[in-house]
Ligand binder design. Structure first.
Ligand code: MG
Length: 407
């Protein structure tokens, strides 16, 4: 039994795709970023299927009461933290330091690695897990945005399936169902539009951090919630889709869909469109990434079409939300431009959350950095690390130039 290809390049089935029930032993899972939003929901899914999955490694940035509680509940063999632990009251051997995340990802008993760590720290360990042929359930955006161009060929060479966890890409994956690239006319990613969808340009200039963090449909971490409000998140997802599904940028469209019920669509060459619908609940795409190709009962609340009644779609306003266009430009430029985009955005969002930058200046900072960026040489992890460091410095300077005394 071969796993239907997710990308035209074709990622094939590994033992992890065999049903645990068929095998008689649970599938070992490493959860990187276990204390974050996706990580905790992934552990909820795993806890609901103890006969199918067992947690062999947990990784988080630091020791916390939550991480200790997770270790006591799931009894992993190792727990990895990037910061030096000041006491450990959990279960399992504690590992720390620069290589701890990779130790968790490469644990010999881990067949599936859930990469839910935020930011660039997940990139190296994810490459090593792919190199080792593990199945990756990928929730981390930066890895595929910055390094998709070199990650996907490696995954193909190592027979290491990369399964999307992001709701939009899970939707596309489910709609594609292994269809060949020649059958696909375009992908349509939906965006909720965030809390500021209907604000005018002058109102956008005055929005506060609290308003930005009040997302209308999804409960997520701070960085991604700001990115959702600016549509940068959707721009990053366009780049993700380009690499995950090997579809050109001009065939990836974004539509604003405020209800967040249709998670994305695929239009085929005959004009037929398939959509994936459900209530916004990350446990669904997480579960599908774990149990694929099987579909299993889920505790998630069910969608009632009659109660939903109406679904709305509109074109995104690129004038008010320029981040979407910036991301597309960076994606099309390729090389380290997506890295510069992602790193600059991270610095700008941090400055916004700290009250040092206006919301509307987030894309302005990113545009400054992209305008100054230059690509040298073929893409590699080293080049990505250099571009990341350069873009952060450049973005901090751009923030300085733009931060008004009144902020
Ligand atoms: Mg998403």
């Amino acid at each position: 039994m071969r796993e239907p290809p997710i990308a035209p390049s074709g990622l094939v089935q590994t033992a992890a795709s065999l049903s645990a029930v068929e095998r008689g032993t649970p599938i070992g899972v490493a959860v990187l970023g276990s204390t974050g939003s996706v990580g905790t929901q992934a552990l909820d899914v795993i806890a609901s299927m103890p006969e199918r999955f067992s947690v062999v490694a947990l990784a988080a940035s630091r020791v916390s009461p939550l991480l200790e509680a997770q270790s006591r509940r799931f009894r992993p063999e190792i727990v990895a933290v990037s910061n030096e632990p000041e006491g450990w009251a959990g279960t399992g051997a504690i590992e720390s330091g620069a290589d701890a995340l990779a130790l968790a990802a490469l644990h010999p008993a881990a067949e599936i690695v859930i990469v839910a760590t935020s930011g660039h720290a997940a990139m190296g360990p994810t490459f090593r897990a792919v190199d080792a042929g593990k199945t990756i359930a990928l929730a981390n955006k930066e890895t595929i945005v910055c390094a998709g161009e070199i990650l996907m060929p490696l995954a193909l060479a190592r027979d290491a399936p990369i399964r999307p966890v992001d709701s939009e890409h899970s939707a596309v994956w489910q709609c594609l169902a292994g269809a060949p690239p020649a059958a696909v006319a375009r992908l349509v990613l939906t965006a909720s539009g965030g809390p500021f969808r209907s604000l005018g340009a002058d109102e956008l200039a005055r929005v506060t951090v609290d308003q930005t963090l009040a997302h209308p449909t999804w409960a997520m971490g701070g960085k991604i919630t700001v990115d959702s409000a600016s549509l940068m998140n959707k721009g990053l997802e366009v780049i993700e889709a380009r690499w995950l599904f090997d579809v050109r940028f001009d065939r990836i469209e974004v539509v604003v869909h405020p209800e967040s019920i249709v998670h994305s669509l695929v239009e085929f060459v005959d004009g037929s469109m398939l959509a994936q619908l459900g209530l916004p609940d990350m446990r669904l795409p997480i579960q599908y990434a774990l149990t694929y190709p099987e579909r299993l009962p889920s505790p998630c609340p069910r969608l009632s079409l009659v109660q939903t009644a109406a679904l709305h779609f509109e074109a995104p306003d690129l004038a008010r939300f320029p981040a979407l266009a910036l991301a597309r430009q960076a994606g099309e430029a390729g090389g380290t431009y997506p890295t510069a985009l992602s790193a600059a955005d991270e610095v700008a969002v941090e400055a916004f959350l700290a009250g040092r930058l206006r919301f509307v200046d987030i894309p302005a900072v990113v545009a400054d950095v992209l305008a100054a960026h230059e690509v040298v040489g073929p893409l590699s992890l080293e080049l990505i690390a250099e571009a990341d460091a350069w873009a952060r410095r450049s973005a901090r300077n751009a923030v300085e130039r733009r931060s008004a005394p009144s902020c």
